[in-house]
Design a protein around this ligand. Structure first.
Ligand code: GCO
Length: 459
């Protein structure tokens, strides 16, 4: 068996991208609800999106039909704490019902506490700049842990601190749309200040989870990061790629910027300089697993010195413009586990392509299947060589709201018609169901060869 026993096959999503019901049952506004109008491609907004808030039972039934073993979802902070000091029981009940439904379906719930929908009230009190955010986040974490930890074991404090910090506070593409000139002292100061608060939020939340969880928790974080893969498999090239992956710059896209403090209690001097007494102890709490989101290796995009090492004109790209880089999961898992000696879960990987419902009523998406085969082969190699990889969460179960790109990018295994909320399983959904049943890839064919007893899921 190429993947270890107990390997978790699942899918990932995020509250703001799928839930809709933006002001129902006492939910408060997030910065996305309040500030994103006019900033999203085609004027889209996620007020309704996949309306998962009302369709979650149908969506979990689809997951069950596909044989998914795990579902990574996020909790919306403003749904649970809509205003300072207010706990919204109805919002909390939605997540209780969701994890109950998952548990009944035999699907392991994996909970992310923060996937970018900052409550507007927190933003108005200084948001990521304010010291108080880590206490507010710890209180929110207590409420969620008390409500869900009888069923949830896997916890991720954050999703991609890199992205929301960069997009929202440096590049001006996500709310609150702040911009600073790249490579300046102003940028470095901002990165350090916001990273400090984010790491303190993470540390306090990790502590809350360990102290209060009813089921023994597995605490992690979901990160993405710059990855360089070697030009060849010579030792020199491997070491070079690794050194570029874990470089020493003030750069929040580097995994070591975050994980050195968390795992080793060591911060970049720029970050160390602004930490106050005792703060490193709060941050430095080794994790049970590292969630890693990966879509590409960076040497196809750009290089540290502007050199596009592996780029060539016409390189295959996804509909997000990402280069297709099949070996990324192998090298990522290998480099991360070598540096941090920690089990790695792929918490996101997937592809946006141009999907249609075709005349036969189906969504044929061979590019997605091929992409997943390529990337999973890399992951399989990592597992076979003994690197500790514990799960794979495909992004995403449903087509959904892709942030600044609105509904144009479709990442789902399930096609969503946003006018009718009709769900249509794409070919890749059936294919992924077979991968799961096989605990890994099968030789290029849709059904494992020679397995007479293997029944395809009926459409
Ligand atoms: C991210 C987020 C997801 C995205 C996905 C596709 O990585 O940006 O975690 O919310 O939708 O990655 O781009």
């Amino acid at each position: 068996m190429s993947f270890p026993d107990g390997f978790l096959w699942g899918v990932a999503s995020a509250a703001y991208q799928i839930e809709g019901a933006y002001d129902e049952d006492g939910k408060g506004p997030s910065i996305w609800d309040a500030l994103s109008d006019g900033h999203v491609l085609h004027g889209d907004s996620a007020r309704i999106s996949c309306d998962h808030y009302h369709h979650f039972r149908e969506d979990v039934a689809i997951m069950k039909k596909l044989g998914l073993q795990a579902y990574r979802f996020s909790v919306s902070w403003p749904r649970v704490i809509p205003a300072e000091g207010v706990v919204n029981e109805k919002g909390l009940q939605f997540y209780r019902d969701l994890v109950e439904e998952l548990t009944q379906a035999g699907i392991e719930p994996l909970c992310t506490l923060y996937h970018w929908d900052l409550p507007m009230w927190v933003h108005e009190k200084g948001g990521w700049y304010a010291d108080r955010i880590s206490d507010d986040f710890a209180q929110y974490t207590e409420v969620v842990v008390d409500a869900l930890s009888d069923k949830v074991q896997y916890w991720m404090t954050f999703n991609e601190g890199t992205s929301f910090l960069g997009e929202g506070y440096l590049h001006g593409t996500h709310p609150p749309y702040e911009k600073v000139p790249a490579g300046t002292e102003e940028e470095f100061d901002k990165v350090a200040r916001l990273s400090r608060n984010l790491l303190l939020c993470h540390g306090k939340a990790a502590d809350v989870i360990r102290r209060r969880a009813k089921l023994p928790p597995k605490v992690g974080i979901a990160t993405d990061s710059t990855l360089y893969i070697p030009e060849s498999e010579s030792e020199a090239d491997i070491q070079d790629a690794k050194a570029r992956t874990f470089a020493g710059d003030v750069n929040h896209y580097l995994l070591n910027w975050w994980m050195d403090p968390i795992m080793n209690g060591e911060a970049h001097p720029r970050l160390q300089a602004i930490l106050r007494e005792g703060e490193m102890e709060t941050i430095h709490q080794p994790l049970d697993f590292l969630g890693w989101n990966c879509y590409l290796a960076n040497n196809y995009n750009d290089g540290p010195d502007g050199k596009m090492a592996k780029y060539w004109p016409g390189i295959p790209r996804t509909n997000s413009g990402f280069p297709v880089t099949p070996d990324a999961l192998y090298w990522g898992v290998r480099f991360i586990s070598e540096r941090y000696d920690i089990p790695v879960m792929i918490t996101e990987n997937g592809i946006a392509i141009i999907d249609f419902v075709m005349d036969d009523g189906c969504v044929h998406d061979p590019q997605r299947i091929q992409y997943l085969k390529w990337y999973l082969r890399g992951l399989e190699r990592a597992a076979e060589e003994g690197y500790p990889v514990i799960g794979y969460m495909l992004w995403s179960i449903l087509d959904n709201f892709e942030w600044a790109f609105g509904f144009e990018k479709r990442f789902g295994l399930v096609y969503v018609d946003y006018l009718t909320q009709k769900r249509t399983l794409k070919d890749s959904a059936y294919w992924y169901a077979d991968v799961i049943r096989n605990n890994g890839l099968f030789d290029g064919t849709e059904v494992p060869a020679g397995d007479e007893s293997h029944e395809r899921i009926e459409r």
